[in-house]
Ligand binder design. Structure first.
Ligand SMILES: *Cc1c(COP(=O)(O)O)cnc(C)c1O
Length: 436
């Protein structure tokens, strides 16, 4: 599609947008009495209008039924986790038995690594990307130490080539080959939180399997953002949070995927709890752990129903829209932003875009690295009602999400950027020459 740099054009795109009406299904935060430009769905997705009612339903069951709510009421809590199977399976491209809503993201990484990282003196290495999210780094480091290995030797961090911002798939494959005999696990992001790069999960998984290693992914920034086919790609395991693109509320329940081929492997080590125990016999409370078939067998505790009610409200919107329609709009929305930033750069040379320019290698987020005045610009944006995300030393991350953002907001955002920049230039006594 050929884009034009005008508000009229942005409005025209909005008019043609089949998902336009979904914005009204969310609460848009206000800044200075006006709707903000909320480009922070990669950090905390917005609240659906339906959330309150869903949470209220469970409060009502609790109020009126007490403990009987486990088996009575509209959505008995005993089976509450099952309400997410269909929706999650659609969003991550899985069979229903492969997914479960449980715990939180980092906890799920740990519990899944118990099963899929059992190092020995021959195979103990983990390949990951450099600059992974801190929680993931700590999880990997502490798992390695827990098994008595040295993180310095066991964790192989891959970085982009000098002068590049994306990690090339060929370089990942080469590293897998290089460490083939010692590699236990490849554990990477689906979409990298800092750069916004969407890795080639299928190819990476195949490469890991070829050398006898497992492949697992942190999908925090991928789930509800990019198309996934975890089952077909034969990914061994994955975990995600639901409060970013999935709009399920701060700290809400996490999610986990375990491939069908591992569904019935009682020999896999795992840290067990009663909610992973065979549901038919759970209340016999007997000794000896018998897991549920599939991902459910990794559950530990009974459902945290109140945050899960918020998850339910949000996930139903995804089921209604479908990932295909969502991705179609997302590709347009982010391409439009990319185009306008490029136009802005022609006049100001303000940003380097760290996110891959190939739409197949990114989700909705663009990471804009400011060549100068990054923090000042960001503060100006905030004052003008843009809610985005700042990362030291000079990166503004913006994520126009297809469910509730519009093309006109993208246009407004770049216009505000340009105005803020002009203002900054004017207020500086002597504009510095900046280097290319
Ligand atoms: C958001 C995010 C987390 C957060 O982990 P929690 O356990 O939900 O607090 C972890 N890893 C990545 C890659 C993230 O983007």
């Amino acid at each position: 599609m050929k884009f034009e740099n005008s508000r009229a054009f942005a409005r025209q795109l909005d008019q043609q947008d089949p998902l336009k009406k979904y914005r009204q299904r969310f609460f848009i935060p206000q800044v200075n009495g006006k709707e903000s430009i909320y480009f922070c769905g990669n950090s905390l997705g917005l609240q659906p209008q339906s959330t309150q009612q869903y949470v209220e339903e469970e409060l009502k069951s609790w109020r009126e039924l007490g403990v009987e709510g486990h088996f009575q009421g509209k959505n008995p809590w005993f089976h509450y986790h099952k309400l997410f199977k269909k929706g999650l399976a659609e969003v991550v491209g899985a069979k229903e038995e492969e997914v479960v809503a449980m715990n939180n993201l980092t906890s799920n990484i740990h519990f899944l690594m118990v099963s899929f990282y059992s190092p020995n003196n021959q195979r103990f290495k983990i390949i990951t990307e450099e600059g992974n999210f801190p929680s993931d780094q700590y999880a990997l480091e502490s798992q390695v130490k827990f098994h008595g290995f040295d993180p310095e030797k066991a964790i192989i961090e891959l970085k982009p080539r000098t002068g590049e911002h994306k990690l090339r798939t060929e370089d990942i494959l080469e590293a897998v080959q290089k460490h083939a005999d010692e590699l236990a696990l490849v554990f990477m992001s689906g979409v990298q939180y800092y750069s916004g790069q969407f890795f080639n999960l299928k190819t990476i998984t195949q490469a890991a399997h070829k050398v006898g290693a497992y492949a697992g992914f942190d999908l925090a920034h991928a789930v509800g953002n990019v198309p996934l086919a975890l089952h077909d790609w034969e990914v061994d395991f994955a975990a995600w949070c639901t409060y970013k693109y999935l709009n399920s509320g701060p700290g809400s329940v996490g999610g986990a995927f375990v491939h069908q081929k591992h569904a019935n492997r009682p020999e896999l080590p795992r840290f067990a709890g009663w909610w992973g125990y065979d549901e038919e016999k759970r209340f016999q409370m007997e000794k000896g752990f018998i897991p549920m078939q599939g991902a459910d067998g990794w559950q530990l505790s009974n459902c945290n129903v109140l945050p899960m009610a918020a998850h339910k409200a949000a996930l139903e919107i995804f089921q209604e829209v479908g990932m295909k329609a969502l991705r179609d709009k997302s590709l347009m929305l982010t391409a439009f932003l990319d185009f306008l930033i490029e136009e802005l750069n022609k006049r100001t040379d303000l940003f380097e875009v760290l996110t891959p320019s190939n739409p197949k290698e990114r989700g909705c987020q663009l990471s804009l690295s400011a060549r100068e005045k990054g923090k000042e610009l960001f503060d100006q944006l905030t004052e003008s009602g843009v809610i985005a995300d700042w990362r030291e030393p000079n990166v503004i991350r913006v994520a126009p999400t297809p469910l509730y953002n519009s093309f006109e907001e993208v246009y407004d955002f770049v216009e505000i950027l340009e105005k803020s920049y002009s203002l900054l230039i004017k207020t500086m006594e002597k504009p510095e020459e900046h280097e290319k």
